[in-house]
Design a protein around this ligand. Sequence first.
Ligand code: 0GY
Length: 314
Amino acid sequence: MDKPTTGDFTKTAGWMDWFTGPSKPRFTVPAGSVDAHCHVFGPGAQFPFAPERKYTPCDASKHQLYALRDHLGFARNVVVQATCHGADNRAMVDALVNSGGKARGVATVKRSVSDAEIQAMHDAGVRGVRFNFVKRLVDFTPKDELLEIAGRIAQWGWHVVIYFEAVDLPELWDFFTALPTTVVVDHMGRPDVSKPIDGPEFSLFLKFMREHTNVWSKVSCPERLSVTGPKAINGQLSGERIAYTDVIPFAKRVVDEFPDRVLWGTDWPHPNLKDHMPDDGLLVDFIPHIATTAELQEKLLVNNPMRLYWPEEI
Ligand code: 0GY
């Protein structure tokens, strides 16, 4: 793949660029698989980063994203608006309209968004909005504004993607459970995987999904959640690679209990990682350890994302 560029912007100090030499996964994903969580950054020279951003990344273009899709064996992408672009969705929308129908998107909008703007994004392939509660990424948006946005986008059949840290779930519970749409949680609500899987924090997350059948989860980002890290060990099956082993029980639990409400994504280009940049091929090899049968893999990678993002094609 090409090397990442930066345009006129100066990257955040210590920024880690995405990895240009991903390995070929040993796990072959099912035909029609969807990478349901990834981003584009700029390129900054064409789509400037937002003034209110909390980080300045390297560029990560649609061409580079789609080259990775093909390399990993995926058929489609869901491009999630990255916070470095604020509520300026042009780079994400540009990626959708240049995907040949192979990408859908999740936008960030403000209360001031017009119906015509929502309709234009819908026509481009946007099917959701993202509400972000991770304090290092965004300034707080009042909940009444978010509820108003959720009520409006529901009329287009869109859903809400929520990103938060596990410790904040109790405080956000009432707001999340009041949302009128399908709700998709990023990265399992970022559990602290050094804590017991049956402890209060992850149990609350499972209860959230169990009691609210409109809640889905992305079982993504082992590279963000892992304490044990990426060092791959060979498994018992020939050619199998196992990494991020401490995240496996958490993600597997969610897939096993809610097989019809889970999604998976690479999270390319992996913003804000501090200790290592993952090999996306190795991330794909994580999948069979959390979705352990062909049926579960088909649901996670094909049926579920198709139901949410391309229902007209099934
Ligand atoms: C992710 C995670 C992160 C960043 C963003 O939009 C973003 O900036 O989502 C993060 O820093 O944890 O899902 O890409």
